[in-house]
Write a protein that binds this ligand. Structure first.
Ligand code: GRF
Length: 213
């Protein structure tokens, strides 16, 4: 069974969705370790409740990104991690981390990439005036929110959406497509071909764009 290592910084609702999918028997994986760079991250308690070992590696205690990344990589390797899942992890990773896990790191971003990279993607979408935004699961490379795309799901933007209300609806689709993308990886169905990801058996059927309530 595929061993996941989940990196978190905050609330951990995506971690929870993954743990729930595993518990429900729809995701054939185990979470070997959860690592947070923030000691107060509520995600840590979610891991502990599920009996998953946790580590805190506070990035502020390292002089360089590379030194921090090397410690992260060592912890995950020790735990036998085969796929790294970034779930609200707020640090950029360097080759010191990415090289040992090449093609084995996934991230989820709360927008339809390549639109609205970086922080506060929901705010960016509202300010730009788009009618549709959504969520993207992608492989991670050394560029911010850039690697090959695995799954996307659309969410309609309502006229009077706030950053919070849009974030809430996008999170609902995040919680569906992240476990699904991990399942596709675990079943060996994903092949990276340059910028594109081939899914064996074709694209999984995705939910239609959610309309605002
Ligand atoms: C999500 O919106 C995710 O797309 C972004 O950070 C947020 C994490 O939320 N990368 P949570 O910690 O999983 O609740």
């Amino acid at each position: 069974m595929l061993t996941l290592g989940v990196l978190v910084s905050g609330t951990g609702s995506n971690l929870q969705a993954i743990l729930n999918a595993i518990a429900a028997g729809t995701l054939p994986c185990r979470v070997g370790v959860v690592v947070s760079n923030r000691p107060q991250a509520p995600a840590l308690a979610r891991a502990e409740r599920a009996g998953v070992p946790t580590h805190v590696v506070d990035h502020r205690r390292y002089a360089t990104r590379e030194a921090f990344d090397a410690v992260l990589a060592a912890i995950l390797q020790q735990a036998g991690v085969e796929l790294v899942v970034l779930a609200g992890f707020d640090r950029l990773l360097t080759p010191a981390f990415l090289d040992p896990f090449a093609g084995r790191v996934l991230n989820i971003h709360p927008a339809l990439l390549p639109a609205f990279k970086g922080l506060r993607a929901q705010r960016q979408a509202i300010d730009y005036g788009v009618r549709v935004s959504g969520a993207t699961v992608h492989f991670v490379d050394a560029e911010l929110d850039h690697g090959p795309i695995v799954l996307q799901a659309a969410v309609a933007v309502a006229q009077d959406d706030t950053e919070e209300s849009l974030a809430r609806r996008i999170l609902e689709v995040e919680h569906r497509i992240y476990p699904e993308a991990i399942r596709l990886f675990a079943e060996g169905k994903l092949t990276i071909e340059g910028r594109r990801v081939r899914i064996a058996g074709g694209n999984a059927p995705l939910p239609p764009p959610l309309l605002p309530v």
